[in-house]
Write a new protein. Structure first.
Length: 271
């Protein structure tokens, strides 16, 4: 009887171990790969300012307040694109590639993508972390840059794919790879986006800087923190009315400066 109980216990433990082991295996719970993270997880949209820059139609001359916000928006956009333009392009390209289970029974995408002036071979691997999240790793190959299956960026998404994190790595030092920036994000709809980018490397002497971007229905806001100066600049605008404001420590004595639907200076109490 005792031997029988021992054998049953061993069998039960083996079964538990098997179930626990399989819980981290995406293929154990589904025959389809996980949904790819949304492009908005690496994207900001400053289209109001882009339109003002590129439009060929005659316009009323924008106000000083709007023009100051315009210059600030360009800088913010440049920070995001510098860190995320190539990763964003590689992530978007994954949607056109098929996924297969690899030898470790992880979902794997293999494809190539032109990004900037370089062509990257990409190997994207998705692995389960229990039932609550999915881990993502993007490996790139580029003979011209001396890269062979080098980790470029990685991340974790919630099981429903609505929120997650990214870590972007420096490809210029493959032998001593360091994180360049970290991103936390949530995307609950086309018009409900929140993203924060933290600079964690001092390779461009801006370690500690961060940018926060939100899109809540019709209102967008962007906040930039300059760690070196310990200063925060914020712009906020309505995508439908074009009304907005800027708060910057070196403009308008650090007070809120507003513009109206015609991009003209107004007192903030008027909007």
């Amino acid at each position: 009887m005792l031997n029988t109980l021992k054998i049953s216990s061993i069998g039960l433990l083996s079964l538990i171990f098997l179930v626990v082991s399989c819980s981290d295996n995406l293929s154990s719970s589904t025959e389809t790969p996980p949904e790819l993270p949304p492009a908005q997880s690496m994207q900001t949209n400053f289209s109001l300012f882009d339109q003002q820059q590129t439009s060929s139609q005659p316009q009323t001359r924008a106000s000083e307040n709007f023009n100051r916000a315009f210059g600030t928006a360009l800088i913010m956009k440049a920070v995001v694109d510098f860190n995320l333009a190539i990763p964003r392009a590689l992530l978007a390209a994954a949607s056109n590639a098929g996924a297969e289970l690899n030898e470790s029974e992880e979902w794997e995408w293999n494809y190539s993508k032109q990004a900037g002036d370089q062509t990257f071979g990409v190997r994207l691997v998705a692995s389960g972390d229990g039932d609550t999240s999915v881990n993502w790793n993007f490996y790139v190959t580029n003979s011209e840059l001396g890269l062979s299956d080098q980790l470029f960026f990685s991340g974790t998404t919630s099981a429903d794919g609505r929120e997650g994190t990214w870590v972007y790595y420096d490809l210029q030092t493959p032998d001593n790879q360091e994180a360049v920036s970290e991103i936390s994000w949530s995307v609950t709809g086309d018009e409900e986006v929140a993203l924060r980018l933290d600079v964690v490397s001092d390779r461009n002497e801006n370690e500690g800087d961060y940018l926060e971007y939100t899109f809540d229905n019709s209102v967008k806001s962007a906040v930039y923190y300059n760690a070196d100066e310990n200063e925060i600049t914020k712009i906020e605008w309505n995508v439908e009315t074009k009304v907005g404001y800027i708060i910057s420590p070196d403009y308008n004595n650090g007070q809120k400066a507003c513009w109206d639907t015609d991009l003209q200076d107004v007192t903030c109490s008027e909007i």
